[in-house]
Ligand binder design. Sequence first.
Ligand code: SF4
Ligand code: SF4
Length: 481
Amino acid sequence: MKEPTASNAPGVLASPEDVLTTLRSDGKRRWMYPVESKGRFLNRRRILGWALIVLYFALPLIRIGGKPSVMLDFVHREFALFGLIFYPTDTLLLMIFMVGIMLSIVLITALLGRVWCGWACPQTVYLEFLFRPIERLIEGPEHARKRRDEGASSWDRTKRKIAKQGIFLVLALLLSHTFIAYFVGWEALLGWLQGPPAENWGFFLLTALVTGLVWFDFAYFREQMCTIACPYARMQSIMLDRDSMIVSYDPNRGEPRKRRSKKILQDENEGLVAAQGDCIDCFACVRTCPTGIDIRDGLQMECVTCTQCIDACDHIMDNIGKPRGLIRYTSENQLEGVKTNVVRPRSVIYGVLIILIFSAFSVVLSNRNDYDLNVGRAVGEPFSELPDGRIANRLRFRVRNQTNVASTFDIFPDTPSGTEMRIIGATPIELAPGEMKRVEVWIIIPREAFTTTSIEGHFEVNFSDGHIEHPVFTLLGPDSN
Ligand code: SF4
Ligand code: SF4
């Protein structure tokens, strides 16, 4: 993190530019014009970025076991994750899973720093490989755009902005539909799209809202999502340690930095003048940074590990005949000449915990019933007496099919003997994969079965796949005295 200096020491209100790179001293937003730096890391990120853009679009479309590979259906309280379906009754399972995922994020961050932010987060991937390339195509390279933006208004600037924002809006519309598909699935989405707006105004309102937010984010908010809004950035300091891999400038090699010509550099190499550090203070690493920071100030919360400064500096090093890697992936320990430890108490503890948590998850999952069955009393009188003296209880069976195949089921009374049952509705009851049904039944019990006011009723629920459940429920009757 930034070392305290006279200007940023606690208690001293530093210039706003020292606190936030995106803020001017007058409080206005400072627009970022990050120059694209070509290089090996950008090539790799671009390949991965496009693979992820396709994946993020395809995940709600790819079906596994009849369900979208990822769908978080909050309305029906059903989460589909790569073939696993979580229902409301799976709170424990879901909790274990989420804890495992969170610990995995902590472990990955401890080992590889903010690799997620720079390489895989949809915010970075869409901004850097979809929106910014379109912006460059329409408005030209960053220096031209900056000059035009800061110059007098012109038709040339206006028409470029209109064209750009028009395309951004279309992309935002596409991304918002993809985003909503993660929560409702494409089938429902297409159904709503084809229906008249008056019947689906809620959907159109939601789509308009999400489209507006996506457009606002990628057209305006941009890097502030990472530097201001995202909680992950705030938490990174507790996840990183001195062995974590970070993008860092090597001050041992770079300092004392000095802007100088190729001729002086050549003289330095030949020992004709005193050698300076390898950093020629060209600011290429700063100009390319999407969050506007100077990596030479040390590890900062705003760094999203996009590696653009590595590519920028490597290019400079190639030009001045110095070895690449003045800015590189490294750890704080390695920068100080100490070996980076991949195996360290923190990574071992996290690793062991993750193994234990996912083992517990597998055990709970493998013991999960194919059907979730719950018996309760239906609303109304606790019991009623029939004209022939028998006692009737009205019960409600709630059954959920937790398998990926359709099924049917039927309910039979077991004990007390002589009990009859009347199901309200047709039998057998059909259950689609993941479907939950409530069935109300009348249980008619011989009066003599009630030696006390409450007795146990045993039932048998037979499913079409051969599965049998034996629920027990308390039946109520009159006081036998
Ligand atoms: S790009 Fe490299 S040489 Fe240029 S200022 Fe940054 S660290 Fe120094
Ligand atoms: S400092 Fe480098 S790695 Fe970090 S955000 Fe800026 S350009 Fe990307």
